[in-house]
Ligand binder design. Sequence first.
Ligand code: NAD
Length: 332
Amino acid sequence: MSDELSDEARTRSADIRRLGIIGAGQMGRGIAQLAASRRIDVLLIDAIRDVAEGGKARVAVDLATLVEKGKIATAERDAILARISPSDLYGDLESVDFAVEAATEAFETKREIFRALDRGCRADVVLATNTSSISITAIAQSVTRPGRVIGMHFMNPPPLMKLVEIIRGLATLDETYATTRALAERLDKTTVVSRDVPGFIVNRILMPMLNEACFALYEGIGSADDIDIAIGLGLRHPMGPLTLMDLIGLDTTLAILEVLHGELGDPKYRPCPLLRQYVAAGWLGRKSGRGFHQYPAPQAAPGLPASPSTPAGTTGAGGGVVAPSTGVRIEP
Ligand code: NAD
């Protein structure tokens, strides 16, 4: 977006001192790391206490990698970690200045969380969702402040990826949009605006390709490695589509495809049966250690336990990602 933000919007964004993040999975903890690195305090809430603690532990692992590489000092790592407060309680929400929901991609889950956010957060606080596909307008229906609800779609992994897609629901106020964009810019992101349609811009275009890669494997057109190498090297994508699905999470990929298929009704979005089968088997990608490829268990940072919820694999802030079997390296 090239149009200028008002000074008021920038001031409102600068006044955001504490961010509430709901969901401490790979996106929630990544947004927490990003915000804490920009000196914003974070309340990191998950339904399960251990998962919230584990989200912070996984941030510690990624920061340890940055220290090893000499990208940040240990004092900075400690300061970033000290800004993140894990919790399983919604009781602290009155202290947050902006909320980002990054929980499981399911409408009912998000609706319940938004009701809790609406009850707990001050009336002026923006309630953003990191949903990949679900209608912002429909989520906004669950609160008494639909004008303050907006889509703020970070890419994976949030500390590295430059884009934030902003999605306005039908009722979203101009002020909500401006504050959200100013916050994204404060986090050093470039923003684009999408209409509130299933999948928005990025996933509307990405998902059919990922689904097609599943069909290619299902129909035996090539092996998982060959499909990834073909697209990685043949189309110069930073990683193959099956590796990318393992990174996103096969459960999340399936949930997004189901929204696209259900809402748009076009058979081109029908999820590949093989994807359903993998999800039914619990092969969810990096987060479960196995998807189209296999991944080692996550390492704990010195003095901290490994996250119980965190995916195995080699994603690391500043470290890029190595596609496990293709060896294609990505520096998003
Ligand atoms: P994830 O499975 O890694 O984490 C989801 C977390 O939500 C889990 O820790 C779970 O315990 C928590 N959760 C579930 N119900 C909850 C509740 N009622 N209250 C609090 N926490 C709850 O998923 P993810 O990949 O981090 O995705 C989170 C959101 O971000 C989804 O909406 C997804 O579509 C979106 N997103 C994902 C990606 C990606 O690449 N994975 C990219 C952009 C956006």
